[in-house]
Design a protein around this ligand. Structure first.
Ligand code: ADP
Length: 414
């Protein structure tokens, strides 16, 4: 089955075409046919695409809106020029899997999109006004283009966190706010945490029940999850992705009273302060330079910039604090997993986060940590009491696999 995986943003569309089925899932032999992103939809869009193992190609095309981008993408995939193997016409695309940001309290698993599911996703727009509308538009555009016969599946960023208990999801605010407006912790990056937790237990030959770990997704967005018996019992992102760890441009945890304070002192609306916390804060806000960790690390090496140093320190300290909190929440853990662009690629950041955690038996293997760039690796010594892993995430693969399982009516794997 060829599954087109779509992740639609406000002006971008990330895509991946994956050939997979139950047998290939079992054997871990899914085929990556092509992947890429269309950016700046609404004007002269930039398309970057990689087909199989060929070098990436980048080209432009005027694309007025999401349906136009989707139409272009499918025409490009089936064209001879793209060179995507196994695809001669649009009927060679057998299903579409969508990354949907918010599934609210309703969705604990991925779901085949019918009218009712689409309505439920629309009902979650209130909870994720910046994200879910793009997902809905994308689902509708696919329907319009392919008709109702092509199965579409929604894979929710929140679903993996669905079992988080009340003690972790309730905010200590008047309970009627939860009742009336569903104000609570939902958590995000669920597909990523789920994928790396799966890989961890696969690598260690453990069952889901035996999996007690802390997962750290450190990318542009960052989140941590405390996983017990294979499912999160707590996670750092909250009602929205703003809470928790320090991120590229998001502040993570702040004293909520500063929202009004900043608004008053700076003459801003509270929505503007929220936007400042989402887009002007985090690594970018403290360093005053960039949200890009690679550039910050380079800058630190070359110029030893004080604000860059402190931005990285705040980033690492917050992550360390969450590890401590989750060790307490879990009553100890057997593993810590780093993933996401920073977690997968930066030995320095991993080292800085793990420093000072020797007291509970964490012994980093310096050599292995240095080596583990963009690949699966254990980075602790043999005798470390808790093992730390680098596991590159693969949300698209999980979305493609869920799509196959949902379309075939297969139960979710245990
Ligand atoms: P997103 O959350 O948008 O998917 P990614 O997971 O791709 O983002 O992570 C982006 C972050 O990862 C950026 O801050 C980038 O600088 C960082 N990153 C990527 N490669 C490296 C590297 N080799 N060293 C340090 N940071 C890196």
């Amino acid at each position: 089955m060829n599954v087109l995986v779509l992740n639609s943003g406000s002006s971008s569309l990330k895509f991946q075409l994956i050939g997979t089925d139950l047998d290939r899932i079992q054997k871990n032999t899914d085929a990556r046919l092509c992947r890429g992103v269309i950016e700046r939809i609404g004007g002269e869009a930039i398309i970057s695409a990689t087909v199989g193992n060929k070098p990436r190609s980048v080209f432009t095309e005027p694309l007025a809106n999401l349906p136009a981008a989707l139409d272009f993408l499918v025409r490009w995939i089936v064209s001879e020029e793209s060179g995507v193997s196994d695809i001669q016409s649009s009927s060679d695309i057998h299903a579409v899997g969508h990354r949907v940001v918010h599934g609210g309290e309703k969705f604990s698993e991925s779901a085949v999109i019918n009218d009712e599911v689409l309505k439920d996703i629309e009902n979650c727009i209130d909870l994720a006004p910046l994200h879910n509308p793009n997902n809905v538009k994308c689902i509708q555009a696919v329907r319009k283009m392919f008709g109702l016969k092509l199965p579409q599946v929604a894979v929710f960023d929140t679903a993996f966190h669905h079992r988080i208990p009340e003690q972790a999801y309730l905010y200590a605010v008047p309970y009627h706010l939860y009742r009336r407006h569903h104000i609570r912790r939902y958590g995000f990056h669920g597909t990523s945490h789920r994928y790396v937790a799966f890989r961890y237990r696969f690598l260690n030959k453990l069952t889901r029940e035996q999996t007690r770990i802390i997962t750290l997704h450190l990318g542009n967005g960052c989140s941590a999850a405390a996983i017990d018996k294979g499912y999160p019992v707590d996670t750092s992102m909250g009602m929205t992705p703003l809470e928790g760890l320090v991120m590229g441009t998001r502040s993570g945890d702040v004293d909520p009273a500063i929202v009004n304070l900043i608004a008053t002192k700076e003459g801003l609306l509270t929505q503007e302060v929220e936007s400042l916390l989402n887009t002007q804060s985090g690594l970018l806000g403290i360093s005053g330079l960039t949200n890009d960790m690679r550039v910050l690390q380079q800058e630190l090496k070359e110029h030893d910039d004080r604000r860059v140093r402190v931005a990285i320190q705040v980033f690492c300290y917050r992550a360390k604090k969450y590890i401590g909190a989750y060790l307490a929440a879990l009553g100890g853990a057997d593993g810590i997993v780093f993933t996401g662009g920073i977690g997968e690629n930066s030995p320095e950041i991993r080292k800085q986060i793990c420093e000072g955690l020797e007291w509970f038996g964490l012994k980093l293997d310096e050599g292995k940590n240095q080596e583990a760039v963009g690949k699966e690796e254990r980075i602790t010594t043999e005798d470390s009491k808790i093992h730390v892993y680098v596991i590159p995430t693969d949300e698209e693969l999980l979305i493609a696999r869920d799509t196959v399982r949902c379309v075939l009516g297969e139960p979710h794997p245990s």
